[in-house]
Design a protein around this ligand. Structure first.
Ligand code: DX5
Ligand code: ZN
Length: 213
């Protein structure tokens, strides 16, 4: 299991130190939640802050867009050269075109599904995607309760990926902790995002290690 701490739960007063701490504690990716106050009822950070994060991070960035105008934000964040940019399928009329655009920037494209969205909505995009991110909370805030139906969804998605012989990874985001990590692994999940669980712990390395199942 790969672990991507969400910096939404970090102490933004000491953000540099927080990034250094999770990277040296052995995280695999740094998950960055970009919210625009329209697609979700919260507002987070833009390219100025994400640039500062990228400068100090020794692990690749995983940018999760929760915005209304995906194309605008892809153009805004692409120069930072994250490993992944993921966008919500619920907010995109031309997902195939946007996937190509992200790939043309040399970035791995990923699509996010909200808790109510079926994996069948992206069946014909799977081979073009490097990752699918399944929300296990309603997007907008850290520290929410895990929605267990994501487990069945992940298993279904895994079957679809295997049927197509695709290499698409499955990431789960929201309410992940040491209580649900084994179920996530058994459902075929490759990467977990964890905000509150990691940044709310006393020892980041112990918390990250407990998710590496
Ligand atoms: C929610 C964000 C998540 C969130 C995860 O909209 O996408 O990345 O920060 O935080 P926890 O692990 O606390 O649910
Ligand atoms: Zn996220």
């Amino acid at each position: 299991m790969l672990v991507a701490p969400s910096i939404l739960s970090a102490d933004f007063g000491t953000l540099n130190d927080e990034i250094i701490a999770i990277c040296s504690a052995g995280c695999d990716l740094v998950h960055v939640d970009v919210m625009d106050g329209h697609f979700v009822p919260n507002l987070t950070i833009g390219p100025v802050v994400v640039n500062a994060v990228a400068k100090v991070a020794t692990k690749p960035l995983d940018i999760h867009l929760m915005v209304e105008n995906n194309t605008f934000f892809v153009d805004l964040f692409a120069p930072i050269k994250p490993k992944y940019i993921s966008f919500h399928i619920e907010e995109e009329k031309h997902p195939h075109r946007l996937i190509q655009k992200i790939r043309d920037y040399g970035i791995s494209p990923a699509i996010v599904l909200n808790p109510h969205t079926s994996p069948s909505s992206i069946e014909y995009l799977l081979e073009d995607l490097d990752m699918v991110l399944l929300m296990s909370v309603n997007p907008g805030f850290g520290g929410q309760k895990f929605i267990p139906s994501v487990l069945e969804k992940a298993s279904k998605l895994k079957e679809m990926i295997e049927k197509k012989n695709a290499n698409t990874l499955i990431e789960v985001d929201g309410g992940v902790n040491n209580k649900n990590i084994l179920m996530l692994r058994d459902a075929g999940v490759d990467i977990v995002v964890a905000g509150n669980y990691v940044f709310g712990s006393h020892n980041y390395k112990v918390a990250i290690d407990s998710l590496k199942v």
